[in-house]
Design a protein around this ligand. Structure first.
Ligand code: AMP
Length: 482
């Protein structure tokens, strides 16, 4: 059931339905502040952490305000990384699902022409990384004339990554009549300058975390020699026996080394680092989210932004080089107010880094003795049992929303001059179908994908076996990859 709070915002029934199916019972504190302000078309600066519900805070009003009939993009979300672009795309897609909001993600190291094709079709919201957004704007493949909403997400991270000039270049190319939102965990001077330059009397929203991640997460330090780390990692994982665990290393090479060691020991594990193909990184991240394996060995690419629930343990195999990364890394556990656990290995020469972390988080992390041999031996059997049982597979976040939706594949596309209107016309002639039951239509060269909403997929699928589309009977099948 939807609590009255989301109803207070006078959102459309399509949005309230997705919100309820995503199990958002009431707005988070950041949402309480941001949703009404954006609905009133105000510029807004939000200082809050990931995990506060900030994505939905801008996604809900954007989806509400988007004009479905407009074919050109109306909202642009700039994010620092490809992973985040994909995640934010998915979050907006889920929220806008029943309003049939089309969201495209554009980011580097992924074929340009596929994104170009997508942008040519109806698109309401574009989420992208700075470099690729500029490429598309410069080549004329991303029409920004109708952009009314600009969201700059994780602004401080973009500043750290040296994107600030690119962001300015993007902002100055956009229409001036627009609402601008900026979200950032911290507010360095350069970000404040950016805001004062490009925003109109912005509203400031600051959400102090009531119970910060560093308070919620139980943290420990182990001192260890570099060459002894693998052995310590083994002992600790045996004793802790976590359901899911991320092991952070500082370099790609170290990730490979640790991964190889764990794989040799038959841990259900995978690795992720910036040197891997984008496709492989996404697959690993997604499989880890769904719980297909228990141990992920990672560099900092997995430390920020990505939304994975229920990671029981984070191990800093290498102590991070700066204190801020420490907080981001350990923040992977103990999300959504749950308790978490983080363990950090420190070598003798790294005591300065540890001191920096202590100063940054405002407390000392207790030092622990490494587990006794006896304790390790006692835990071995239980550990072996868990390692040999498949983890419980979790349901993807938007899965509930997808249940009423069936995606159909039709074996005709642009080459046979198929247009959305041909599909809509045929579908609306089926008894019991209205325009509101048709979801996103994607027309490729030789195929068309169309989503049928409200549990009417089976009906449409059966009817289309005998109903011609654009004068001919087409092969229509259920898209199993939806
Ligand atoms: P974010 O801060 O955008 O990374 O969001 C953190 C998590 O909170 C995501 O998994 C969201 O799906 C979830 N979330 C967002 N809004 C709500 C809400 N109102 N109630 C419950 N969960 C939410």
């Amino acid at each position: 059931m939807i609590k009255s709070d989301f109803n207070d915002y006078k959102l459309s029934s399509e949005l309230l339905k997705s919100i309820s199916m995503l199990n958002f019972e009431s707005p988070t504190r950041v949402q309480e502040k941001v949703i009404p302000a954006v609905l009133e078309q105000k510029d807004i600066i939000v200082k809050s952490q990931t995990g506060s519900g900030k994505t939905a805070a801008f996604a809900i009003p954007i989806c509400e305000l988007a004009d479905w009939d407009e074919n050109k993009p109306q909202a642009l979300v700039i994010v620092p990384t490809r992973e985040l672009a994909i995640q934010v795309r998915e979050d907006i897609f889920n929220i806008g699902r029943f309003k049939r909001i089309k969201v495209s993600a554009i980011y580097g190291k992924s074929p340009f022409y596929i994104q170009e094709k997508e942008l040519k079709q109806k698109t309401h919201v574009v989420v992208g990384t700075p470099g690729r957004i500029i490429d598309h704007i410069e080549r004329g493949t991303f029409d920004i004339a109708k952009i009314k909403y600009l969201i700059i997400d994780e602004a401080d991270e973009m500043l750290n990554m040296g994107f600030i000039e690119q962001i300015e270049a993007i902002i100055s190319s956009l229409p001036e009549e627009r609402v601008t939102m900026l979200l950032s965990a911290t507010m360095p001077r350069d970000i404040e300058l950016l805001c004062s330059k490009y925003m109109k009397e912005p509203l400031h929203v600051e959400i102090e975390e009531q119970n910060t991640a560093t308070d919620r997460i139980s943290q420990e330090i182990y001192t260890v020699d570099q060459r002894d780390k693998i052995k310590l990692l083994r002992d600790i994982t045996i004793v802790e026996n976590p359901d899911s665990c991320i092991i952070f290393c500082n370099t790609q090479q170290k990730v490979n080394e640790v991964y190889n060691e764990l794989a040799k020991l038959n841990y259900t594990c995978k690795k992720i680092h910036g040197g891997m193909e984008q496709r492989d990184r996404l697959r690993v991240m997604n499989d880890f989210k769904l719980g297909y394996f228990r141990y992920l060995v990672a560099t900092d690419v997995a430390a920020r932004g990505i939304d994975i629930d229920n990671i029981s343990l984070v191990i800093n195999y290498d102590i991070p080089q700066d204190a801020e990364s420490y907080v981001h890394r350990i923040g992977r556990t103990g999300r959504a107010s749950k308790e978490g656990r983080a363990i950090t290995f420190v070598t003798q020469s790294e005591s300065k880094l540890l001191k920096d972390i202590h100063r940054y988080i405002g407390k000392e992390i207790p030092l622990r003795e490494r587990p006794e041999k006896q304790a390790v031996n006692n835990s071995k059997q239980e550990f072996a049992e868990k390692i040999n049982t498949a983890p419980e597979i979790k349901e993807a976040k938007g899965a509930q929303l997808g249940k009423e939706i069936m995606k159909l594949h039709i074996n005709a596309g642009k080459k046979t001059k198929m247009r959305p209107v041909d599909i809509v016309g045929t579908l609306c002639n089926i008894k019991g179908m209205t325009k509101a039951d048709i979801g996103i239509i994607n027309i490729a060269d030789v195929s068309t994908f169309v989503e049928i909403l409200n549990n009417k997929g089976e009906l449409v699928y059966n009817e289309l076996q005998k109903t011609p589309i654009k004068g001919r009977l087409r092969i229509v099948s259920k898209d199993i990859f939806q």
